[in-house]
Every structure is written in structure tokens, then in C-alpha cells.
Design a protein around this ligand. Sequence first.
Ligand code: GDP
Length: 525
Amino acid sequence: MHILTEADRRRSFAVISHPDAGKSTLTEALALHARVISEAGAVHGKSGRHGVVSDWMEMERARGISITSAALQFSYRDAVINLLDTPGHADFSEDTYRVLSAVDSAVMLLDAAKGLEPQTLKLFDVCRHRGIPVLTFVNKWDRPGREALELCDELVERIGLQPMPLTWPVGAAGHFQGVLDVADGSFVRYARTSGGAKAAPEERLDAARAEAEVGADWTTAREERELLAASGGEFDADRFRDATATPVLFGAAVLNFGVRHLLDLLVDLAPRPTPRVDADGVPRPLDADFSAFVFKVQTGMDPAHRDQVAFARVCSGMFERGMVVTNATTKRPFATKYVQQVFGQKRSTVDTAFPGDVIGLVNASALRVGDTLYAGKPPVRFPGLPQFAPAHFAVARPVDLSKSKQFRKGVDQLSAEGVVQLLRSDLRGDAAPVFAAVGPMQFEVAAHRMEHEFSAPVRLDRLPYSAVRKLADPAQRGLVDSGRRSEVVSRVDGTELALFEDEMAMRILLRQHPELELEPLLAEG
Ligand code: GDP
């Protein structure tokens, strides 16, 4: 009973956006309105911002992109909100995919002047693939931008998602006065505070007063909103939940305009945790014994000792610090008494967690991305997280041969975290594993960490492959190895992958050997 009540209070979501749309700003604004309970890792630090900046990744700061991800928890009204951070850069899409496997909904953040941008589209595809309901927040309305109707049309035309505005901006982009609240037709007037450092004051006026005080901009807002309502834009909770339509809000995160409305919407409408389906296809009831799956493994959050932290989403039951759980992959017990150390510099102890929450497990060197943890009997195992089809390959070798032990340790660690996919080729043996990546920046991260964290600098020699398929029948590997522009490598899980210089090289080989059976891998995004 208690567990179900707690689960029902949870709203676990991630923000998907193109870099610069305002994700960090919105995260801070949300935290400002709500009460921050705990912080698992980083609100990624851009200079001067609060938050815990993981020190190992100087690159992250230098480039101004977020590579690490973690979760932030707040309470708002009676709800507990878990905001999971997603990396913004396209090269880390696999990472993002894993984060999105741990949420129940997503907020799609658009820049009012830009609309749907490439990275937003990619991330949206992941949401669609997973059936994740999406809320849309049109940001930066305080600055000149596109027309609200045009932005809504874009959602329909480019991604087939029906917009259902819950607020409509009063004043064109750049002349933001407030919003029409679709729920009751009133006008919510926003007032600026200096620097947006405080929750912005709001004043609510009924339609008649808005008409009298605002005039033309109000009339326009009403007409536009009616136009949209007439073309299928009325709110429909079922269509939101089945991810065919998206509630839309307008705001300006930097001024805190519209942020409270977004929080209310999350609490009122966003999906709660639901029973997760296990590897046998059986939904695990929320109030069953504790279970969780690891969606993110990260090293070096605490500069004092470079510990490994595994982030797991609770799927069922109550987590209590100190409980001993079982890793379904290894069948080994895992003690959780250090779970409290995770929460960065503002250390707050996590004593309990419920379905929808994210726990950070310290000293988690035995845990890999995709692992299931559970308590009690019988055992449960959730489906593993799919790996994307990599498009970049490089042979890794230690620069200093006397460092082969550190090299091995580092390689295993990066593979456990999913920083790169680890492949083995018979040709080169264990001493020279092949790294595979969805985006080349993953190699930079891997090389940087091998050198600075594991004291094992690596040489990465790029391989000339860009196309990959799964080899259906391992007995056919000779066919692929015989090709001049192809070879077979094995994944940690035993899957054999056929690598080709390009799609053309693959088609040529298939023409020569029509009996060759190849299967596609999960496409990126
Ligand atoms: P991220 O890359 O998506 O995390 O974007 P940031 O939160 O760092 O924001 C990028 C830039 O847009 C920063 O200069 C912000 O101050 C600015 N910004 C964010 N939200 C708004 C907004 O509502 N209005 C305006 N004018 N600028 C904003």
C-alpha cells in the first residue's frame, strides 16, 4: 500500500533538446520552483553555475557540452519529481538512449526562434521508439522568434505529433506579456524580476479584463488558439499517453516564465511509474520486492577517490540503504550501504527510494549497464539495453607496454560504462581490442580517460569500416573474413559482428555469396 502510494507520487522524466535551447537554464528554474531533495551527480556545470562539475572531463567544460548524466530530485506539491540529465551531444546518443529507458516521460524543449533542431529530432525518435509520452515547452519567447502557429504546424508536419496547447503566448515572440491559460481562458500576466533569479510573479486576469487591458495581443492569442483547437488541438490525455499528441506550453526559462505551469503539468498529467516488463515478458508489479536496472555507470564523480558509481532506476518495491541485493547477471550479492556517498558535494543521504527514483550505488565495480538488481525471491531480470549499431572503429593498444595491466582494467571499465563498445578480433587478440562507437567523440573521451584515469595512454588506430551487421550464422564467418574490405569481430556478449568498409562493400560480398545471412543492428536513435 505504502509502496503504491509512493510510486504514484513519482514523476520521472528527462529533457530532450538541442544544445543551447536552454536545458540547463530550465533545470535550474525547475529546481528553483520546487524543493531540491537530492542531487545524484551533476547539474552539468557551466561556469559560475551551481552544481557538481565532474573534474575528470575538462573536455566537457572546454567544449561546453554535457557528457555526464545523473539525476536531480525535487518535491513539488505532493509529488516527487526525478529529472534525469541527458547528454546534449549527438555522439553520445547511446548514452541518451539508456537514460530515456529509465524515464516515464520527456519534456521536449524548443528554442522559439529555431523550432525542431537536429538533435531534438534524434532524441524525439528515441522517445517514439520507446513510446515515451512527450510534453513540449517552447522556450525563449521573450526573444524575437517564429510564430506560435508555425511552430505548432512544424510538429505535425515534421514529426507527426499533434500539438495540444495548454497555454498560448500573449504577445509575439520578443513581446512576451503572459499566456492564455487554455484550462479556463484566463490571462496569466508575467512580471520580470531582475535576472530571473526568483520565481516570477504572476497575475491572473479574467478574459474581460485581459481584453480591456491588453487589447490586440490578447485578441490575437485567443483567435490563434481557437484556430488550433478547431484543427485537433484540444487536450486529450489518452493521446498524450499513447504519444501521438503533445501538450504544448510557452515560456522563457531564463525569466522563469511558464516554469510553474510546466511543473503543474508534470504533476497533473505526466505518467507515473508503471510495472516494468521483465525478460520473460511478465510485468513486475510495483509493489513486488525491490528491483532496479542499471542505466548508467560512471567513474570519477568524487575527485578524492575515483570511484565507480552505478545509477539504477527503481522498478519495484522499496529500496532501503544497507539492503543486500542480487545482481541478476552474476547472481552475486551486492551490498548497498554506501549509496549515500553519491550525492556530490551537497551530500544528502538516500535512505529509501521507490519506483521511479534513481539511486546511485558507490563502489559498484561489479555492475554493468543493463544489469538488473533485485531483492527477495524469485529472481527477476529485465531486458538488457540494446546497443546501437556503431559506425566508427579503432584498434586500441597501450602506448607503454609495461602498463598492460592498467590498460586492461581501463578497457574493461570503459566497456562496463558503455563509453565505447568493446570488440574482440581473433586477428589481433586480446592485447589489441577494437573500440566501436556511434560517434567519434566517444573515442576522445575513451583516450582521455585511459590516460588520465588509468595511467595507460592508448594509441587508437582507426579501422576503415563504417557498416556493421550481425552475423546470423557464426559458421559463415569465413565468408566475411575472406572479403578484402570486411572482417568479423565478437562483442562481449558473444554476438559476432561483420564489419564492412561501407554498404557498397557489403552488397558486393552479398552478391558473391548470396547464402550469407546478415541481420541489422538497432539503428542509431
Ligand atoms: P543548454 O545548452 O540547452 O543547456 O542551454 P543553456 O541553458 O545553457 O542556455 C543557452 C543560452 O540560452 C544561455 O545563454 C541562456 O541564458 C539562454 N537562455 C535560456 N533560456 C532562455 C530564455 O528563456 N530566454 C532567453 N532570452 N535566453 C535563454
